[in-house]
Design a protein around this ligand. Structure first.
Ligand code: CA2
Length: 163
């Protein structure tokens, strides 16, 4: 179903109802290690949360995780080519290193939302310098995995998708 945007996020009449949720390196280990930092929910739990949240707004989710920078970049290109409604990304360790992911995200017309499970500003100083934040429409951090749901609700508001 085509959807008109709510504001200057408006992209084109062909905007799809698909939202990409991309996860960077090591997030496949979620729930299995360092629960004091990242909680006990697994990545499968995060995927379920994203699907049910997106469904509330009539959106569907392409949920992916990779430990490889190039694969994430290919998925960003795919999201652009498919006129995705938005892109939510937890770049994990690539947040602070990847100019290549930044460059790929620059090509997106749809809103890009950066998510971190932890509050990166309350951790080691090196975690604060995010390349992705330069292109992100918004950044959500410190809410645990609920940050993904907040990011999806935020995209829905930006593109005018109602509950
Ligand atoms: O808080 C976040 O979501 C982070 O993006 C997680 C990254 C970290 O490098 C960022 O600074 C903040 C690390 C992801 C590693 O995920 C693991 C999950 C469970 C156990 C071990 C690693």
């Amino acid at each position: 179903m085509a959807r008109a945007g709510a504001d200057d996020t408006r992209c084109s009449a062909q905007m799809s109802d698909t939202l990409y949720v991309l996860n960077g390196p090591n997030l496949n280990l979620l729930g299995t290690r360092e629960p004091e930092l990242y909680g006990r929910a697994t990545l499968a739990d995060v995927e379920q949360l994203c699907r049910t949240t997106a469904q509330r707004f009539g959106l569907t989710v392409e949920f992916r995780q990779s430990n490889h920078e190039g694969e994430i970049i290919d998925w960003i290109h795919q999201a652009r080519a498919e006129n995705a409604a938005g892109l939510v990304i937890n770049p994990a360790g690539y947040t602070t290193t990847s100019v290549a992911i930044l460059d790929a995200l620059h090509t997106m017309k749809a809103p890009v939302i950066e998510v971190h499970i932890t509050n990166i500003h309350a951790r080691e100083p090196f975690r604060r310098r995010s390349y992705v934040s330069r292109v992100a429409r918004a950044v959500v951090c410190g809410f645990g995995i609920q940050g993904y749901a907040l990011a999806i609700a935020g995209v829905a508001a930006l593109i005018g998708a109602k509950e």
